[in-house]
Design a binder for this molecule. Sequence first.
Ligand SMILES: [Zn+2]
Length: 401
Amino acid sequence: MTGRRIRGSTQDDVRRHNLGTILTEVHRHGYRSRARLTAEMGLNRSTIGDLVAELTEAGLVLERSASAQGRAGRPSLEVVPCPQGAYVLAVDLGVRHLAVARVGLGGDLLDRVDVESGRDWSDLDITVEAIAVTCARLRESAPAGARCLGVGISVPGVVRHEDGLLRFAPNLGWVDLPLGARLGERLDLPAVIANDADLGALAEHWRGVAVGYDNIVVMSGEIGIGGGIIVGGRPLRGRGGYAGEIGHLRVNPDGRACRCGSWGCLETEIGVDALLGAVGRPADSDMEAYRDVLSRVAAGEPDAMAAAARVARWLGVGVGILVNTLNPDIVVLGGPLGELFGATAGIVADMSAQCSLVAPREQVRLAASALGPDAQIIGAAELAFAPLLEDPIGTLTRHAA
Ligand SMILES: [Zn+2]
């Protein structure tokens, strides 16, 4: 993070960049002292004071004295997000769940509604309406004057980066749907949409167990399994935004049919249904049933342990492939996979070690998500905040218009 003098750019560009840098730092870390901003951005104190004043004037940040933290000497001023300054709506749409939250600048989850779990979200009109009604409820309960800057949507499918078209969500039966555009129109808000695993990776990178790492793989999902990959600190998108579909790596030539049209895909071996199937439960059971199996594993019941071990070995195979291919610092297991990992960490680690080379294996850490079921909400909120963090004043001006 530096306050750069950008070559060939105007003073306005430089100022916009510096305002964005300060707001991003405050948003990510919850607070930043003026002294630290001054040192890290390489700008002088009066310039930082001037930039902070502009963000304060815009109602985005506040300054408070840091003396309360017991430091000697003259108290430094700390810049913090203005709690009522701006918020976004974040939507986590799963195959069997829907959650909508109001998230404030600084990343605080201010309010959250979980819409009737266990419902089938394959009908687009019903889904758009359910999301819109819930968003409206959350906006009504927001304090007067709080600005809603947009909505970020996490979906269990393949999203075209260019325009947010949902190309394929096999577990919802959706093909080529403009879900983001439909919601944006319905809510009269800027709407951005992205793959759930990509957003999970973003959330872990900024606020979860992968903070401080630049090479990250996050495997998550319920029925379908997705991968969110960050390489050298940047999301790996591929040509169209479709990279990371690790759930559809065909690992078992003798495996079951997958909803993508192939068979033996990794997600048919490690998804929620795989564990339920291995203990003879119907595939359309809910997360309660999944957690029930895991608690039986914890209690040492042989049937449940054998089933979990089988799924954990396949999870280890998947992790090993990713370790060899990407040489990550950390592989994060999110959602139900994180819960499974909690019960079978040794088996997953052993199998992934058998399936990967020594050199990359020595460098990788395996971890369960620290964000649990909030990862997609947090990632979707980050997506919706991105324009504000890029250009704070310009985004507020466009919002007011
Ligand atoms: Zn598949």
